[in-house]
Ligand binder design. Sequence first.
Ligand SMILES: NC(=O)c1ccc[n+]([C@@H]2O[C@H](COP(=O)([O-])OP(=O)(O)OC[C@H]3O[C@@H](n4cnc5c(N)ncnc54)[C@H](O)[C@@H]3O)[C@@H](O)[C@H]2O)c1
Length: 325
Amino acid sequence: MNLAIIGCGGIGRMHAEMAARCGLKIVACADKDPDAAKALARRYNALATTDADGAIRRPDVDIVLVTTPTPRHAGVVIDAAKAGKHIFCEKPFASTVQQGRTAIAAVKKARVKLFVGHVVRYFHEFETLRAQIQAGKIGEPGYVKMYRGGIYPGGPSSWFRDYAQSGGVTFDCMIHDLDWLRYMFGEPDRIFCQALRRSEPEKLDYSQVTLKMRNGMLALVIGTWAHPAGFQVKVEVCGSAGMLQFDSNISSLSAMKREVKGAGPTMIVPSSAEDVSPYELEWRDFIGWIEGKHEPRVTPEDALRAVEIALAALKSADTGRPVEL
Ligand SMILES: NC(=O)c1ccc[n+]([C@@H]2O[C@H](COP(=O)([O-])OP(=O)(O)OC[C@H]3O[C@@H](n4cnc5c(N)ncnc54)[C@H](O)[C@@H]3O)[C@@H](O)[C@H]2O)c1
């Protein structure tokens, strides 16, 4: 199958590599910046263009990759659906719930497949956490704490710095964790967010979100773009029978069993590192779905709900009040 890439920035370049590894042929690279399009196209011997519509409508294109800034996602998804192409769109799926709904309607009407890149569902450590929780290793989960922190993305003129476009760390980045929470523990009931949203002059975007889940669980999600360097992810899930922890800076997943009478104090089970990139696993999942082999791990409705939850966090931060979901 052939791929057209719309948006040849950081993640577009990474997906190009993953898609190529999965056997897709990159035939067109479109970007509003001609140099970005040319740089990527050169690597794959593809057409470089500033005409996204033309790239989408090429008869030899089977799949369109949408890696533009978030506000353009829904528009490109609709254009690709109208052209009868399958679509891989980066998260956040859309900037508003209405945009997302319109895009899903276009996809359904065209009977094409839409996959949204909620990549945390494909990270080995998160999958191991999920498997252990589902196997009852920590009993009934009651509390989850997640942390995702990194440097401020993009250069001084990047669209990430315009919060009307990116939504800052709360919308752009923590949507990963908000999606995973729902994937793992079901729907949230209520969300409360407090956030420092400073991009200039100091990069101090820090956000803390608390959620009450419908199943009674409590969750805390912290995200930041204020790191001076590097990137770190931490997760802790505490249950009636034990606790699972993961800190990307220290080690792979560890598990501790709650002490029981007659048993030793703790048990630590390190997991092995995964050698296949989670981004490649996304492509394998999407391609398998197109080929009719299985259902995808992320549905368009999941992606829309993630947008809805992340927007509720922003609304809470704006109003200072919790938002019912
Ligand atoms: N899943 C992840 O881990 C992950 C990581 C990074 C980014 N993302 C998401 O991917 C998307 C892109 O992020 P990025 O980091 O690559 O941004 P980026 O700024 O590096 O790249 C965006 C590219 O899109 C181009 N562009 C802008 N408007 C366009 C238009 N109308 N038509 C065609 N091209 C256009 C820009 O010139 C730029 O080259 C965002 O939605 C972001 O949230 C996801």
